[in-house]
Design a protein. Sequence first.
Length: 239
Amino acid sequence: MSQNQGNLLDQLRFEIKQSIADEYLVKSEKRNIKSLLISLAPDKQLSDLLRSEVFDLAQAHVNNDNYAAILKWVEDLNKLILSVQKNDADISERVYFSPGESCLNAILHQIQSSINVIEICLFTISDNRISDALVSRHKLGTKVKIITDNDKIYDQGSDIDFLFSQGIPIKVDNTDNHMHHKFALFDKSYTLTGSYNWTRSAERYNHENIVISNSNDIFKAFDKEFNKLWNELTDYGQI
């Protein structure tokens, strides 16, 4: 990044921080921020980083009284950032491997960058770092839905009961067969899939992988499967 781009990014971050002070994005603030974004011309990677920082700011400011206003502020800024994002085919698919934190950090980044919807279809979830990130987004208003396997919810360390207790809707495959999918969908745009289970063992020991894609065709195929399973499977609270 050039010095000029660095200065633009610093100014943009300053404007965004200033805009949350009154919990509302006024027209003049929108104009200034959009002008800076156009000059900066963020690619997808920088756009995702900025959206994640917006969420962090919102989380630091939100309370019971200003929840609706802060949520609207987040939505408005997200639209601004995405409206000027530069398309870059070179980063349309990203691949990560474990052991190590590469897969974990990619998953956390995708969760923290999502605003509207996170739909998860996984054999098991037992990594508290991921579960805490999901609860955080859920409390900020992101719609989180989870499909998982009924046998794995009884494993030691499973976070499914905790996630359900936080108000996240969950459905399970209540049969002798396994719901063995491992994919997640973010903001009706991004698909994450691969062998990686969202567990500590996968991060520390296993040779696993994930792929994150913004392909519309791939998203549609997985979205169709998610909706099919969601309509067929059993509510967690009924097992």
